[in-house]
Design a protein around this ligand. Structure first.
Ligand code: PHE
Length: 444
């Protein structure tokens, strides 16, 4: 097999992994799912799941990837000698493809809103009705499809440049900018009148408002927003050299992800509270509510553009990690053909993204099971495939991975106590929680 790429630096690896984690999960999905499922109670549950379930799984992906140093559809066979375990990798490969097909639709919305905001700044023509605007942009088949196509194309450009020049460079530039833009927006949001009502809503839990479905969502959210279960983090870790301390890296990624989830809440809820806008707006929350908020402010359009750029950075650093899973597996034997495969996969993705892109307009009446085509893809990936992927990773790392190997990769001398807890969580706690949540939902 030809030589594989490696990261240029440890910080490059951490920023790329944090970039993969931080994305629509923390910034777009979290606020509206939380508003629909008991507010701060959902936040608390999400944090518990992230620390005790997401984090050990992230470590499992890091250990397998760093040790195996190969592709997610090969590494399981390489470690055990039984190629059937590679099915775990294949499941992830299909999962990310599905995921990216609807992820890029939202990526497209962000791009459309960015272009429109630039137009507003230049022409000074404000709209007064943002529900209509959302419908016009998102339900227009041409805009929706072109937006998603552009988003996929931008993702492909970065990934076609490879690991160091593409993914690592993009993450190193975009991640620090993300945090700077966040600070600007949060200061603005927290200084609005009655902002504290929003902070209270965000931080004061009401556990009665949480039902079984909410628990499943919180669990799915902890996998989704840490990018675990499909082998994305495994793939990134496979580009590591021997020396990197993956425990420390995992703590950094989890810490940054929780931080952004909280920052996103602090940016959004004080603003909606200040204007008396209902948080339970579904997927349109950021696109319908926030323009109203920014409209009330001096230089509002500029702040909104900053907010959208921040959102765009977070989204594209995740989509590059998603497509990289497919790309890395496709170029297994032909490393030099990266560019060709990237654009080919991007084309396939574009085809699958069309029904999702049309789900808010032309196909909005075509509802089955969980709702529109878009809703079904999201439900299938986030609440079924991702938990199954996560379960497989927990069982594989807990029972099939040689303890000595795992210890060595985790630098046991430094983290001896942690190792035992990690194995316990992987073997018993994580599988039981995932199964319990599934069964509760089935008998409901
Ligand atoms: N973590 C990303 C987000 O929150 C989504 C993702 C899932 C990326 C799985 C890679 C793998 O937006």
């Amino acid at each position: 097999m030809e030589k594989r790429s490696v990261w240029g630096s440890k910080i490059g690896f951490i920023l790329a992994s944090a970039g993969s984690a931080i994305g629509l999960g923390a910034m777009w999905k979290f606020p509206y799912v939380m508003a629909d499922n008991g507010g701060a109670a959902f936040l608390v549950l999400f944090m518990v799941f992230t620390l005790f379930i997401g984090m050990p799984l992230l470590l499992a992906e890091f250990v397998i990837g760093k040790h195996g140093k190969t592709y997610s559809t090969e590494v399981f066979g390489k470690i055990t000698g039984n190629k059937y375990y590679n099915l775990i990798g294949h499941l992830g490969n299909v999962g990310v493809f599905f995921l990216l097909s609807f992820y890029s639709v939202i990526g497209g919305w962000i791009l459309l809103y960015m272009m429109r905001t630039v137009y507003v700044i230049v022409t000074n023509q404000h709209t007064k009705n943002y529900e209509t605007l959302f419908d016009q942009l998102i339900s227009n088949p041409i805009y929706a499809v072109l937006g998603a196509a552009l988003f996929i194309f931008l993702t492909a450009i970065i990934v076609s440049r490879g690991i160091q020049d593409g993914i690592e460079k993009a993450s190193k530039i975009m991640m620090p900018m993300l945090f700077i833009a966040f600070i600007v927006i949060i200061i603005r949001s927290l200084t609005l009148p009655n902002a504290m009502d929003g902070v209270v809503y965000f931080l004061k839990p009401d556990f009665n408002a949480l039902n079984a479905e909410g628990v499943l969502f919180a669990l799915g959210q902890s996998f989704f927003s840490l990018s675990v279960g499909f082998g994305g983090m495994l793939t990134y870790a496979s580009y590591l050299d021997k020396k990197t301390d993956i425990v420390q890296s995992a703590f950094s990624v989890v810490g940054l992800n929780i931080l952004v989830t909280i920052l996103a809440g602090l940016a959004i809820f004080p603003a909606t509270a200040s204007l008396g806008i209902d948080n339970a707006q579904g997927p349109g929350l950021l696109f319908i509510v926030l323009p109203y908020v920014f409209d009330q402010l001096p230089f509002g359009s500029i702040f909104y553009l900053i907010f959208l750029s921040l959102f765009f950075f977070a989204t594209i650093t995740s989509s590059i990690s998603l497509i990289e899973i497919n790309v890395s597996n496709a170029i297994k034997y032909e490393q030099k053909k990266r560019k060709k495969y990237v654009y080919f996969i991007a084309l396939l993705l574009f085809i699958l993204c069309v029904p999702s892109a049309l789900s808010n307009g032309t196909l909005s009446q075509m509802k089955f099971l969980a709702g529109t085509f878009f809703d079904n893809m999201d439900y299938l990936v986030s609440n079924i495939m991702l938990p199954i992927g996560a379960l497989c990773y927990a069982l594989f790392a807990g029972y099939k991975l040689d303890g000595a190997i795992a210890k060595q990769e985790l630098m046991d001398n430094k983290y001896r106590g942690l190792f035992k807890i990690w194995v316990f969580l992987l073997r018993y706690v994580i599988p039981l929680v995932i199964l319990a949540v599934f069964i509760t939902l089935m008998i409901k």
